[in-house]
Design a binder for this molecule. Structure first.
Ligand code: IMP
Ligand code: MG
Length: 215
C-alpha cells in the first residue's frame, strides 16, 4: 500500500502574497495549496522509495505528457542523484507518451493517445509510468491496458497527486505524492486549457479564471 500525504478537505493552503507567483496569474488564483518546495521534498522521497524497490533493474521512465513533464524531470533528477551517490544504482532510459482527456475543468470519457514513442519498444522492459494527477483513473487504466498488449516485464505507476473524488474508478497508483480534495488544481505543469503550466506552485484556480480561459 502506497504511503502519501493527505491534504484534507478543509485545507486552507497559503495566501498568494506569501509566495512568488507570475504577475500574469495573480488575478486568477485563490490560494497556494502545495508550495513548490514541498513538491520537491516529497518528490525526493518518492525517488528513494522507487530506487529501493526497482533498484538493480533497468528502468524505462515513461512520461505522460504534457502534465507530467515537471514531475518527471524533477523525479529523474533525484533518481540520478541517488545513482551518483549510492552503492546500488539503476540504469534509466526515458520515453514519452501524449494523452488527452480533459476539456476546461472536466474529464471527458475518451482518453486519446495523440503522440509520443511507439509503445512496442517497451516489450520486456521495466516501465515506470510518471503521471501528474489521477482523478477518475480512466487515463491510467487506458494506458495500462494499451501497455499490457506490448508485454512489458514490469509496470509501476507513480503519480504526484491523486484526487479524492466519487468519480474515481478505485484505481490507485503504486506510488503517490499527495492525496488532494476534489478541486481543480493548476501549476507545476498541471494546466487549465494549456495555461498555468508556467506556475511553480500547485494552486486553486478561481471561478473568474475558469471563465477567462474557457474554450
Ligand atoms: P483521469 O483520467 O480522470 O484520472 O484524469 C487524469 C488526467 O486529467 C490527468 O492526467 C490530468 O492531465 C487531468 N486532470 C485531472 N484533474 C486535474 C486537475 O485538477 N488539474 C489539471 N489537470 C487535471
Ligand atoms: Mg496527466
Amino acid at each position: 500500500m502506497a504511503t502519501y500525504h493527505q491534504i484534507p478537505d478543509d485545507e486552507k493552503g497559503y495566501e498568494l502574497d506569501l509566495f512568488c507567483v507570475p504577475k500574469h496569474y495573480e488575478e486568477d488564483l485563490d490560494r497556494v495549496i502545495i508550495p513548490h518546495g514541498l513538491i520537491m521534498d516529497r518528490t525526493e522521497r518518492l525517488a528513494r522509495d522507487i530506487v529501493r524497490d526497482m533498484g538493480g533493474h533497468h528502468i524505462v521512465a515513461l512520461c505522460v505528457l504534457k502534465g507530467g513533464y515537471k514531475f518527471f524531470s524533477d523525479l529523474l533528477d533525484y533518481i540520478k542523484a541517488l545513482n551518483q551517490n549510492c552503492d546500488k544504482s539503476v540504469p534509466l532510459t526515458v520515453d514519452f507518451i501524449r494523452l488527452k482527456s480533459y476539456c476546461n475543468d472536466q474529464s471527458t470519457n475518451s482518453v486519446k493517445v495523440i503522440g509520443g514513442d511507439e509503445l512496442s519498444t517497451l516489450t520486456g522492459k521495466n516501465v515506470l509510468i510518471v503521471e501528474d494527477i489521477v482523478e477518475t483513473g480512466r487515463t491510467m487504466e487506458t494506458l495500462l491496458s494499451l501497455l499490457s498488449e506490448c508485454n512489458p516485464k514490469m509496470v509501476k505507476v507513480v503519480s504526484l497527486l491523486v484526487k479524492r473524488t466519487p468519480r474515481s474508478s478505485g484505481y490507485r497508483p503504486d506510488y503517490m505524492g499527495f492525496e488532494v480534495p476534489d478541486w481543480f488544481l493548476v501549476g507545476y505543469a498541471l494546466d487549465y486549457n494549456e495555461y498555468f503550466r508556467d506556475l511553480g506552485h500547485i494552486c486553486i484556480l478561481n471561478e473568474k479564471a475558469k471563465v477567462k480561459y474557457k474554450v
